[in-house]
Design a binder for this molecule. Structure first.
Ligand SMILES: CC(C)(COP(=O)(O)OP(=O)(O)OC[C@H]1O[C@@H](n2cnc3c(N)ncnc32)[C@H](O)[C@@H]1OP(=O)(O)O)[C@@H](O)C(=O)NCCC(=O)NCCS
Length: 183
């Protein structure tokens, strides 16, 4: 499954994406709200896992391209929640773009399209988004596309107790197309 938006193409991953993905994951600005930057091997393993899930499901974290301008700017899409998260099972929406593509509305444009696919084609009842409390840019994307923060916090089980990035915020949006209508 591919998605076209006004300026972007969300598409399956290619081998050529692994290098720019690794460069992005080695950038401390991009990885500021993750415990560490990724080494090349870790980045390749993550890309392979993302691609495996896309192949299995037909959807996932799509590679994002700006047709005619940039072959790989990052990823945006949907993902099954890791079982160890306190609000699992469910589906999350997530994004990560190379720094030079920030500030142009690309993440929100891609995420809006992924959200619509999740609701209209996959008929998901709800999509969640989460990030470290301090990640205001990511939280702004969530709000911009209508995902709502109602004060839910959790301790991310993958981050060590006491680590400043362990405390996360949880945003939620229900499927507006299947929500029960008032009688
Ligand atoms: C999270 C992340 C994707 C957000 O990127 P972003 O550039 O802030 O978000 P958008 O792409 O939606 O762009 C919005 C900005 O573009 C501006 N913009 C410029 N042209 C625009 C256009 N044509 N349409 C919409 N917005 C536009 C908006 O005004 C806004 O600017 P502001 O941040 O100064 O208010 C990015 O910071 C990132 O990759 N971070 C690292 C990875 C990460 O933390 N991921 C989340 C982990 S859960």
């Amino acid at each position: 499954m591919e998605i076209r938006t006004r300026r972007l193409l969300l598409r399956p991953w290619r081998d050529e994406d692994f290098h720019p993905f690794a460069v992005m994951n080695a950038d401390s600005q991009v990885m500021k709200f993750f415990p560490t930057v990724l080494e090349r091997e870790q980045s390749d393993a993550l890309a392979a896992e993302i691609r495996r899930r896309m192949d299995d499901q037909g959807w996932g974290f799509w590679a994002v391209e700006i047709p005619g301008e940039a072959r790989f700017v990052g990823f945006t899409g949907l993902n099954k929640l890791s079982k160890d998260l306190p609000f699992a099972p469910g589906i999350e929406i997530g994004w990560r773009l190379a720094h030079r593509f920030w500030g142009k509305g690309y993440a929100s444009e891609a995420a809006q399209a992924a959200l619509e696919l999740g609701f209209l084609q996959l008929h998901l009842p709800e999509i969640v988004a989460f990030t470290a409390i301090q990640n205001l840019r990511s939280r702004a994307v969530m709000s911009r596309i209508g995902i709502v923060f109602e004060g839910e916090h959790f301790e991310h089980p993958g981050i060590a107790p006491g680590h400043p990035l362990r405390k996360h915020v949880l945003y939620r949006i229900k499927n507006p197309f299947t929500a029960s209508q008032p009688r």
